[in-house]
Write a protein that binds this ligand. Structure first.
Ligand code: HEC
Ligand code: HEC
Ligand code: HEC
Ligand code: HEC
Ligand code: HEC
Length: 205
């Protein structure tokens, strides 16, 4: 081969396939990275662009707070029994529902169908797999008991009346949804306003 007689080699079929593959792979990776970044950044600023909806999630049994709170006048603490005693409010077990639903079978067809799901779960001894609506990350420490005790004393109101501060008017929700960001800035702002501790170790271990 004399100098200057350089020729570009034609790529083989195998090489074309390889580079096409790498190109597509790179494109897919780029898209995934952009989507993940959007999600992380939106979560950071407390305005989720993805995963937001006007209604709360679909639950395995269409349990309406409206019927039980507005119509029957039950207190929040009647079902969320641990809320004044411990960190978790807790969702009531099927047994508690059955104290009424042994006898209450529902007046409409849809109500009957949903109550039947509840009674079947009771007969089978299965817990209901409720979809969680509110959740702080694992590195965050949140205790219901303290908040209920201090805020009800501050305003001279019953425990049940405190819930709406953070959860909105749950009694009017057919499907529970989150109404307050409960992000770090939200927690810290309220702590500052109430002379509650704001050092990092209050909420992070
Ligand atoms: C008859 C029992 C009952 C009563 C009374 C009741 N709840 Fe509930 N609550 C439930 C059940 C069951 C769920 C789980 C299903 C769901 O999310 O709808 C739930 C879910 C919730 C959730 C969402 C939990 C999560 O996953 O983040 C909140 C918040 C809540 N209730 C607040 C309240 C408040 C505030 C009141 C009073 C105004 C109240 N509840 C009264 C039974 C009850
Ligand atoms: C204090 C009694 C009481 C308790 C406790 C209770 N319910 Fe009910 N529930 C009722 C009554 C009354 C109705 C209205 C039934 C009707 O007339 O259709 C009802 C209705 C319902 C319905 C039908 C939907 C609708 O539109 O009303 C579902 C589903 C239901 N309850 C689930 C539950 C679950 C799940 C629990 C436990 C977390 C529970 N209930 C606890 C009394 C109770
Ligand atoms: C200061 C704000 C605040 C108040 C007041 C408050 N909550 Fe909550 N709630 C939260 C936060 C934050 C979470 C998520 C906690 C977690 O992930 O551990 C939560 C979660 C829940 C849950 C689902 C998880 C669990 O703990 O079982 C229920 C049910 C609930 N709250 C009910 C209530 C009820 C009922 C009241 C009133 C008696 C109430 N909350 C008052 C902030 C609050
Ligand atoms: C509506 C106002 C308000 C909001 C919102 C709020 N807090 Fe608080 N928090 C308080 C008050 C008031 C206290 C009690 C301070 C005291 O002991 O006097 C407190 C106490 C605490 C404590 C100490 C309790 C203990 O028993 O160790 C922790 C931890 C805490 N909050 C975490 C959080 C987290 C995490 C969030 C957000 C998810 C949050 N708080 C949102 C008002 C609020
Ligand atoms: C009153 C409660 C509270 C205090 C005080 C607090 N944090 Fe947080 N922090 C939270 C909550 C709630 C979250 C979760 C936010 C979310 O859901 O994205 C969080 C998240 C974080 C994260 C993770 C960020 C993310 O988006 O996941 C870091 C890092 C952090 N906090 C650092 C700190 C430092 C440093 C301090 C002290 C200067 C501090 N926090 C004080 C409540 C608190």
């Amino acid at each position: 081969m004399i100098p200057g007689d350089f020729q570009i080699k034609k790529p083989t079929g195998k090489q074309i396939a390889l580079f096409t593959g790498l190109g597509l792979g790179g494109l897919v990776t780029a898209v995934v990275v952009v989507v993940l970044l959007t999600w992380v950044i939106s979560a950071w600023f407390g305005t989720p662009v993805i995963l937001s909806s006007d209604e709360g999630p679909e639950q395995p049994i269409a349990f309406p707070h409206t019927t039980h709170v507005q119509d029957l006048g039950l207190d929040c603490t009647f079902c969320h029994r641990e809320v004044t005693k411990s960190a978790q409010a807790t969702i009531p077990p099927v047994n508690l529902c059955m104290t009424c639903h042994q006898a209450v079978l529902g007046s409409t067809e849809t109500a009957q169908a949903e109550i039947k799901k509840l009674r079947d779960a009771f007969d089978d001894g299965d817990p209901v797999a409720w979809v969680r609506v509110h959740r702080v990350p694992d590195h965050v420490h949140f205790v219901h008991e303290t908040h209920i005790r201090v805020l009800s004393a501050r305003d001279g109101i019953e425990a049940t009346a405190v819930c709406s501060t953070c959860h909105g008017d749950v009694g009017s929700m057919a499907k529970v949804k989150q109404v307050r960001t409960l992000k770090m800035s939200d927690c810290v702002d309220c702590h500052r306003d109430n002379a509650a501790p704001t050092d990092c170790t209050t909420c992070h271990y």
